[in-house]
Design a protein around this ligand. Structure first.
Ligand code: HEM
Ligand SMILES: *[C@@H]1O[C@H](CO)[C@@H](O)[C@H](O)[C@H]1NC(C)=O
Length: 363
C-alpha cells in the first residue's frame, strides 16, 4: 500500500472527527480515527465480553441508560462519583445499591482513551453500551444505530433522582406524567418496559404486594413462589433478589408482556399497564408480535437517547467517566501546581491524630 494513501486515510479519519465535534443527532458521529478503528466497535467488544460472563450486567447497562437520560438528560451524570463531599445521582435510592454495570463503562472508556484521547463522551458510551447489551441479550433481534455526539454534564445531584424516575408502586397516571415530561409517549413507554424481561429485582421493590396479604393484582401461585424467595421484611431485614422473568431471565424478548397479562410481573407499576384500554391493547400486541416489539423497543431506545442532550458549551468530554474534568462546577480551573483534589496533605511531622497529653506535672 502506498504511503500517500495511508496519509490520506489518516487525515480523512482525523478531519471527520474534528469537523462534527459540536453536532448531535447524526449517526456515525465517531466514524474512524487515526488507525481507523471504529469507536463504536470498541464499546461493542467490551460489552460483549462482560455480558458473556454475566448477562445481568447487560440488564444493568440498559437500566443505567434509562436512569441517566431521565435525570438531567443523557449526559452521564449517573456516572459521577461523590465530589466535594456531596452525594451524586448514583447514591439515590433507585440507583443504590441496585444499579450495576459501572465497571463495563470504565473498561470501555479506558480503551477509548488509549486510542482516541478526549474524543468519545461517557454519555455516548452509555448509549452505545445499552444498545449493544440489547443486541447481545436479544441474540441480535434488537439491532439499531443510535445518534451520537452527546456531551458529558458537569453536575449530578442525588435529590433530583427520586422525583424524576417512575417507582414500582406508581399507578399508570403517575408513570405517564413522568414519561410525558421527557417527551416519551405512552406507546414508547410500554415498549421500553419490555426491558423488564431481563435482569433482577430486589425483594424490597415488591414485598408490599406479598405481605401482610397477597395483592389480588398478582397471580396467587406466582406470589407464593415469590414469598419463598422473599421473606416478610419484618422478620428478615436482608434484601434478597429475584429474576424479573422466570422463564427466560437473560433473554430480551417479549415475554414481559405475557407475564403482565398473566399477573406474573413483579411490580404494581407493571400490572398497572392493564388499567387502561390503550396500554392493555399495546401489551397484547407486543406479546403477540415479537418482531413488532423488537422494532418498537429499538425506536423507543433511540428516542430515550435524545432526551435533553448537551452540546457545544453545555458540556465536556470527560477524561474519566467518574469525575468532571476539573473538580468544582462553579469555580474556574485551579492554577497549575495546586492540587485539584480535596485538602492538601498536612505537612510532614505534624501529627494528624490528637496531640499526646501534656506530661503529668510532678511536684
Ligand atoms: C414505570 C417504569 C419503571 C419502573 C417503576 C421500574 C422499576 C424497576 C425496579 C424497581 C427494578 C429492580 C431494581 C433492583 O432492585 O435491582 C428494575 C429493574 C430493571 N429495569 Fe426498570 N423500571 C421502569 C422502567 C424501566 C425502563 C424504561 C427500562 C429500560 C428501558 C427499565 C429497565 C430495567 C432493567 C433492565 C432492570 C433489571 C436491572 C438489573 O438486573 O440490574 N426499567 N426496574
Ligand atoms: C394515581 O395516583 C395519583 C397520585 O397518588 C392519584 O391522584 C390518582 O387518582 C391515581 N390514579 C388512579 C387511576 O388510581
Amino acid at each position: 500500500m502506498s504511503t500517500a494513501r495511508n496519509t490520506f486515510l489518516l487525515l480523512s479519519c482525523f478531519f471527520l472527527i474534528v469537523a462534527v465535534s459540536t453536532a448531535f443527532t447524526d449517526f456515525n458521529f465517531y466514524p474512524k480515527f487515526k488507525n481507523c478503528h471504529d469507536a463504536e466497535n470498541i464499546v461493542r467488544d467490551v460489552v460483549e465480553g462482560y455480558v458473556k460472563k454475566d448477562p445481568g450486567l447487560g440488564a444493568g447497562l440498559i437500566r443505567m441508560f434509562f436512569h441517566d437520560c431521565f435525570v438531567r438528560g443523557c449526559d452521564a451524570s449517573i456516572l459521577l462519583d461523590k465530589y466535594d463531599n456531596t452525594d451524586t445521582e448514583k447514591f439515590a435510592i433507585p440507583n443504590n445499591p441496585s444499579l450495576r454495570g459501572f465497571e463495563v463503562i470504565d473498561a470501555a472508556k479506558e480503551k477509548l482513551e488509549k486510542e482516541y484521547p478526549g474524543v468519545v463522551s461517557c454519555a455516548d458510551i452509555i448509549a452505545f453500551a445499552a444498545r449493544d447489551a440489547a443486541y447481545f441479550l436479544s441474540k441480535g433481534k434488537i439491532s439499531y444505530n443510535i445518534p451520537s455526539g452527546r456531551l458529558d454534564g458537569r453536575i449530578s445531584i442525588k435529590d433530583e433522582v427520586l422525583p424524576a424516575l417512575p417507582a414500582p408502586f406508581h399507578n399508570l397516571t403517575e408513570q405517564k406524567v413522568l414519561y410525558e415530561a421527557k417527551g416519551i409517549s405512552t406507546a414508547e413507554m410500554v415498549a421500553l418496559l419490555g426491558a423488564h424481561s431481563i435482569g433482577r429485582s430486589h425483594c424490597s421493590s415488591f414485598t408490599s404486594r406479598l405481605y401482610p396479604t397477597i395483592d389480588p393484582t398478582m397471580d396467587p401461585g406466582f406470589a407464593s413462589n415469590l414469598k419463598n424467595k422473599c421473606p416478610d421484611p419484618k422478620n428478615k431485614p436482608v434484601d434478597g433478589v429475584v429474576v424479573q422473568d422466570f422463564l427466560t431471565p437473560d433473554k430480551l424478548d417479549n415475554e414481559y408482556y405475557d407475564n403482565v397479562k398473566a399477573l406474573k410481573s413483579l411490580f404494581f407499576s407493571d400490572w398497572s399497564l392493564l388499567t387502561s384500554d390503550e396500554t392493555r391493547e399495546l401489551v397484547t400486541e407486543f406479546s403477540e408480535k415479537p418482531e413488532f416489539f423488537a422494532e418498537k423497543f429499538a425506536e423507543a431506545m433511540i428516542k430515550l437517547g435524545n432526551i435533553e442532550v448537551k452540546t457545544g458549551t453545555q458540556g465536556e468530554i470527560r477524561k474519566s467517566c467518574r469525575v468532571v474534568n476539573y473538580p468544582t462546577t462553579t469555580a474556574p480551573p485551579p492554577p497549575a501546581n495546586v492540587p485539584t483534589t480535596r485538602a492538601p496533605p498536612p505537612p510532614a511531622n505534624v501529627p494528624t491524630t490528637m496531640a499526646p497529653p501534656p506530661p503529668y506535672p510532678t511536684y
